[in-house]
Design a protein around this ligand. Sequence first.
Ligand SMILES: [Cu+2]
Length: 353
Amino acid sequence: MILALMGAPKASDVGTAPMSDSPWALLPAMSKNAQAIDDLYVFITVLCVISFLMVVGAMFYFMWKYKKPESGHRKTHPITHSGRLEFAWSAIPAVFLVVIFAWGEIGFVEQFSPPDDAMTIYVTGQKWDWTVRYPDFNNRELNSANALGKDGGEDRKPTLIVPEGVPVRLVLTSRDVIHSFFIPVFRLKRDAVPGRYTTYWFEAIESGEAREYPLFCTEYCGDEHSSMIGYVRIVPRADFEAELLEATKLELKDGETMEQFGGRVFKSSGCPSCHNVDNPEKKTGPSLFQAWGRTEQLADGSSIQIDENYVRESVLDPTAKMVAGYAPQMPAFAGRLNDDQLDALIAYIRSLK
Ligand SMILES: [Cu+2]
């Protein structure tokens, strides 16, 4: 219902989940925490309806009871007050308020205290997509950029894949401005703040089949804020690893050149954060713009020409030959990139003229 009111994409646009498109349908609750929040919400709603009926009911009753008689006036006795009654209408609601507070507080603390064995997933917001990394799975990476399959649905990929029945801890941060990672079916929403980590956790309830639900950026972050949407795919535990490997696999697509594929590998491996590719400015690492064929000064005083072998070695084992004037900050990619991806990277770097 909330999604419908927000004018969000319909479930059918985003996922295959059995989510109703009716504006009155309640949002499914897909974690234990979400169910607990819903229980409290229902409790408060029922309480409100009961109080409403009591107040309005009393109002109508008194309207009827003290209506003007057919003839003449009826004088009311002067009313002062009733200590007992006043105490009752203060104390009874107060008890309910304390119950609501305690219930909410317990749930709130619970939501931010992940169990020790929770699986950690890193979520980074940037203008204007989400990058999701799995440190326990070779740092494999998903990205919301194509969650809706903007190129005709072909490359539609989940933004977040989680196993059901396993506690998952999300560690959020941002590369630029404040974003907020909102997963409605888990009833979770938290800011992703640059230069800081925030966390929350959930445990998806088990149903034995894969389901998909939308997720959003819910903190206005600029022009393309509304395109920071994606979907979470909840899968049975036994399928999780295979699905993750499948969704994060990076290989040459039909009709794509090696250079284009290499460009994708370059981006999804995080190389752009340290290397410029369209200007000679250095970042944490040297610019790779027009680097091909250049003679590089190494830290040990020797020099080398940038060619296939040098690039390959630089990527797999960056400290083997250190470029003069740089700190050993590049992570080794041995074991993270296969030969096809390396060849494509080399083709891409060669093409940076
Ligand atoms: Cu955002």
